[in-house]
Ligand binder design. Structure first.
Ligand SMILES: NC(=O)c1ccc[n+]([C@@H]2O[C@H](COP(=O)([O-])OP(=O)(O)OC[C@H]3O[C@@H](n4cnc5c(N)ncnc54)[C@H](OP(=O)(O)O)[C@@H]3O)[C@@H](O)[C@H]2O)c1
Length: 289
């Protein structure tokens, strides 16, 4: 495959499996990172590396040169300002650079909720505006509106304890990052994926607590209890300790309490392949994740 894909966010939890899958499937893969030394240490040989910050148009311009496609999978920080600057400002820079360099496919990782209703939370507002900007850009695009990832479960284990935040009443079809990576890779191989917004949902619907229980049974059978921390407590601790990450986490959990998974995965599964990995299968493969 002669196509060169620029991956923004390739050092991230969800961008790394995409970058690796693209390389494995014969694409040329260019990694864009603010720190290419640590990116190289993390990802190893076989990739091209370009140092830059998505907020800096000139660095993204030089990264985009000679690329066929772009996969945009950034996380924009913990405050509204950072989100606006990195995820939205960075996206606009990337769209402009893509236009100037004749990019043939612009792939974007979004979230499988009704974003218009969810704009009360700045993260959803940024994703909503970003999707609109991509669709209106005139570039051939593929938007991946993905549900929650199985990779979130190990983060719920702290000091030998399993912790969830808030009530989390709704069910989500948790998906593995590797299955998602395969779908992204397939999207770059077919014209059928152009100008589409796909809903990316995994094989089984569970609440966060039900999913965590499945994960614990395989990966941490010694943990028998899941504790629930009230969202208000997380926000309060974030306030008094000036911890922006905790405050963001509290808002994110309110988002998961209020919003529901949206979308029909049928078209994505038909064109890009059906994701199949269950939480238990994932846990068996990633016991030391
Ligand atoms: N977790 C879920 O269940 C879920 C579901 C649907 C969608 N998503 C979305 O998935 C996206 C990726 O999440 P993730 O967990 O993979 O993020 P992550 O692990 O926090 O990684 C963030 C990535 O963004 C890059 N980055 C941050 N600021 C940058 C800047 N100014 N310029 C260039 N690169 C920058 C980082 O690259 P360097 O540090 O190397 O520069 C890093 O690769 C997010 O937008 C999230 O909303 C997540």
């Amino acid at each position: 495959m002669d196509r060169r894909i620029l991956v923004l966010g390739a050092t991230g939890k969800l961008g790394e499996p995409v970058a690796r899958k693209l390389l494995e499937e014969g694409f040329k893969v260019r990694v864009f990172s603010r720190n290419i030394n640590s990116a190289r240490e993390q990802l190893g040989d076989g990739f091209e590396y370009v140092q830059g910050d998505v907020r800096d148009l000139s660095s993204i311009e030089s990264a985009v040169k000679d690329c066929w496609g772009i996969h945009f999978s950034l996380r924009g920080g913990f405050t509204q300002k950072e989100y606006e600057q990195v995820e939205y400002g960075g996206l606009i820079n990337t769209i402009n650079a893509a236009h100037n360099n004749g990019i043939k496919r612009f792939a974007y990782l979004s979230i499988a909720v009704n974003l218009e209703n969810a704009r009360w939370f700045f993260m959803a507002d940024v994703k909503f505006k970003s999707e609109k900007a991509i669709i209106n850009s005139g570039l051939p695009y593929t938007i991946f509106s993905a549900t929650s990832f199985i990779e979130n479960f190990p983060q719920m284990i702290r000091n030998g304890k399993a912790l969830t935040i808030g009530k989390n009443p709704h069910q989500w079809h948790f998906i593995s990052a590797d299955d998602f990576a395969g779908m992204v890779s397939n999207s770059f191989k077919t014209n059928e994926a152009a100008n589409k917004k796909f809903y990316i949902l995994g094989p089984e619907a569970v609440t966060i607590k039900q999913g965590l229980k499945k994960y614990l049974t395989i990966a941490h059978p010694e943990i028998k209890k899941i504790s629930t921390i009230p969202i208000r407590l997380i926000y309060f601790i974030g306030m008094i300790t000036f911890n922006r990450e905790l405050k963001f986490l509290a808002r994110l959990m309110i988002f998961f309490e209020r919003e529901r998974e949206a979308g029909d995965p049928g078209e994505a599964n038909r064109i890009l392949g059906t994701p199949h990995t269950t939480i238990e299968e994932w846990a068996k493969k990633h016991i030391n994740y």
